[in-house]
Design a protein around this ligand. Structure first.
Ligand SMILES: [Zn+2]
Length: 721
């Protein structure tokens, strides 16, 4: 439930805060939060306080092949799978205090109806047409297959098991028709043929001039990475793209006027349909308000602005494809005399948040779930670390060590400490908020000026979606506040000059009021708590930004203050971080050892064993995630004579790249196809510029090096114990 806009009548433009739709095939992790979910919430809260009517919508992206296959695998219907993850997403967002005006799903009737309307209108305007193409067809399942569900021998390197979209062995991109002996991955062994299928294409090439004009007119205030991605797409020349698929899980193709053809075995593909969700969710929100036309204030008022928050991998969908759909749709709307829809005003795309150097990835098992982190830590602590460390200009890293020090030293040690010591000292020694000092008081002037300057600076940062520097500016003011408390020494002056001490405390309490306003977008729970401890009424989230400079309620009786933030316990961090993610020293060989070892490096190498006479418990041993892995490819390291770069298939853990010192002992052909022992949770390391994500085990007598293989055939990913 989001608070009402405090000042809808300020004449400032209404803002649509549009958030990239998380895909409903897994729980939310911190990578999603840092990339595209927390930034719009901070922005929305700040813009409301700054006088805009800002509305935030999104939902779960529910269609497409991966969800269909997940449902088949789990013996559920696709609707059950997406309902489960939609509920999980909503719960994670609620616990993080991320407040959407509407968080819906692409499975609603409203969404279907409007996507079909946009589809037909774009076709009517001449931007969608049908073309026939050959597509892979599973003869046993009697259905068309997505490219990556076709397997066969690579025509380039002759490796078996290459996918229809790419060969992992030689890295070449493929067309499924190029594979030798193509078979279906869905029904192992089932032959694949290529049949004609008719699809609808979105004519992006025809929209190139319109899109170039749009980008030239709008991109001036975009982030550099957003502009670069977009310009590269435009420079390469836009290609027409198929927007339908041979699937039944999705938005059905509507009846085509003047055509008797049956398209009931096809649907509109996610990348066309999901971006339409920004509009359909706005319409659904308005209906839910009982004001069905309310959405037009955010879409057809030329003064209104749309801000689209997303991760950098999503940029072209929001700067090319969605604007392209809107331009085509607008041409149909213009002919019908309907008002035109606004194109995106800003597309603040974030870079990636990595986990101790590794990209968050569901398939590789790298990530921290939102729910598990919130079971142990305050939402505001997580929001603080993700804000002060936000991947706005470049990739950022979540490390547990840094999380602990940023929260304990800054959030608790500076901001929380200032609020607590000023409130508790005043409560104990005065009992109520003291009277204001005269305007000429130099200490009060200093504090007043600092409050105004911080509000101005943060306002500029927030208005231009620079959320990380905004948080930094706020924390610097809190650090300054602690220094002023130290300078003023009210614990000494209260004994000699009570009037002066109370005057200083009043100024410091005003600083706390200002901080509670300024922290509201970032730390919503703590902000409200500080606000109420000062005796202010209502919620700080309903206040205008200028409330930071409003007077205090002198004479208000104070209660005992409660701490805003809890110090992090290293034991809790260790529990959550686990052996793979923690930054504490590891019992396993260090990456340095791994780099210099002549063999692949081995936890069981004689040298390592001799150096460590102590025994370990079975629990300690089980902290090593040992798996069988199949060597898919072997390449020479570009910069090191003795090293290979191996690509491994580790089953459910996905593909891993490992740098191993095996070049003097094996040819690539001897290694490819072997099933070897692999340490899957070794901290990744850069070895001469190439990332190594684990370690292959080998025996070594000083002369002969032998990789450890499984004596019987087992699938990749099998556990070793
Ligand atoms: Zn190949």
């Amino acid at each position: 439930v989001s608070p009402p806009a405090p000042a809808a009548q300020t004449g400032k433009p209404p803002l649509l805060v549009a958030v990239a739709w998380p895909y409903a095939n897994g729980p939310l992790h911190l990578g999603h939060v840092a990339g595209s979910l927390l930034p719009p919430d901070i922005f929305r809260r700040a813009m409301r306080m700054r006088g805009h009517d800002a509305r935030m919508v999104s939902g779960s992206d529910c269609h497409g092949t991966p969800i269909l296959l997940k449902a088949e695998k789990e013996g559920k219907t696709p609707a059950e799978v997406v309902a489960f993850y939609n509920a999980e997403h909503k719960e994670s967002l609620r616990r993080l205090s991320i407040g959407f005006d509407l968080f819906t799903a692409t499975t609603t009737d409203n969404h279907r109806k409007w996507v079909q309307e946009i589809f037909l209108a774009c076709r009517e305007a001449g931007y969608i047409e049908t073309r026939t193409q050959k597509a892979p067809y599973d003869e046993k399942a009697k259905r068309f297959l997505p490219d990556r569900y076709v397997e066969g021998t690579c025509p380039h390197c002759k490796t078996p098991g290459a996918r229809g979209d790419q060969c992992d062995s030689c890295g070449k991109t493929l067309d499924p028709q190029e594979l030798v002996g193509p078979v279906s991955k869905l029904n192992p062994g089932s032959p694949v043929t290529f049949r004609d299928t008719e699809h609808f294409f979105f004519l992006l090439s025809k929209l190139q001039p319109d899109l170039e004009r749009y980008v030239a007119a709008t991109a001036g205030h975009w982030r550099a990475n957003t502009i670069n991605f977009t310009q590269n797409w435009l420079k390469d020349g836009l290609q027409d793209r198929a927007i339908t698929r041979d699937l039944t899980w999705g938005v059905p193709i509507p009846a085509i006027p003047g055509s008797a053809k049956d398209y009931s075995d096809k649907c509109i593909y996610v990348w066309f349909e999901a971006v339409c969700g920004y509009l359909t969710a706005s319409i659904e929100w308005a209906q839910g308000q009982g004001k069905p036309e309310e959405w037009t204030r955010f879409w057809t008022d030329p003064k209104a602005r749309g801000y689209y928050f997303l991760g950098k991998d999503n940029i072209p969908f929001h700067t090319i494809i969605w604007p392209g759909i809107l331009i085509a749709y607008n041409k149909a709307r213009a002919k019908r005399g309907q008002p035109l829809l606004n194109l995106p005003y800003d597309v603040p795309a974030n870079e990636f948040l990595n986990l101790s150097g590794l990209k968050f990835s569901k398939s590789q098992g790298v990530g921290i779930g939102v729910q598990e982190v919130l079971d142990r830590f305050q939402a505001d602590a997580v929001r603080y670390y993700l804000s002060i460390n936000m991947p706005e200009q470049k990739d950022a890293d979540w490390t547990w060590e840094d999380f602990q020090s940023k929260v304990n030293d800054e959030l608790v040690g500076a901001l929380g400490n200032l609020v607590h010591r000023v409130l508790s000292f005043t409560k104990q020694n005065v009992g109520a908020i003291p009277a204001a000092p005269p305007a000429s008081d130099p200490f009060d002037r200093k504090v007043t000026d600092a409050i105004a300057a911080c509000g101005d600076d943060m306002g500029l940062h927030l208005d231009s979606v620079q959320l990380r520097p905004g948080m930094r500016r706020l924390m610097d003011l809190a650090i300054q506040g602690n220094a002023w408390m130290q300078d003023a020494k009210p614990w000494a002056t209260i004994k000699t000059d009570r009037t002066a001490a109370e005057a200083n405390l009043h100024s410091l309490l005003r600083l706390i009021k200002a901080l509670s306003v300024y922290m509201a977008p970032y730390l919503p729970t703590a902000a409200d708590q500080a606000w109420r401890m000062l005796g202010e009424s209502g919620s700080v989230h309903d206040q205008p930004w200028s409330a930071a400079q409003a007077p205090l309620q002198a004479g208000h009786k104070l209660d005992d203050p409660k701490a805003l933030f809890v110090k992090l316990d290293p034991a809790d961090i260790a529990k959550l971080a686990g052996p793979a993610a923690t930054n504490e020293p590891q019992p396993a060989p260090s990456s340095q050892k791994q780099a210099s070892a002549p063999s692949a490096g081995s936890a069981a190498a004689p040298a390592g064993a001799a150096a460590s006479p102590t025994t370990i418990t079975i629990d300690e041993f089980q902290r090593v995630n040992l798996r069988l892995a199949v060597v898919k490819s072997v390449d020479a390291h570009p910069k090191a004579d003795k090293l290979y770069v191996l690509k491994l298939d580790v089953g459910d853990l996905g593909e891993r790249q490992v740098v191993a010192g095996l070049k003097a002992h094996y040819t690539p052909a001897e290694l490819v196809g072997k099933t070897v022992a692999f340490v899957a949770n070794l901290q990744p390391a850069m070895l001469r510029g190439v990332e190594s994500q684990g370690m292959v085990l080998a025996g070594d007598d000083g002369t002969v090096v032998s990789v450890l293989e499984a004596a019987r055939r087992l699938p990749p990913g099998s556990r070793i114990r």
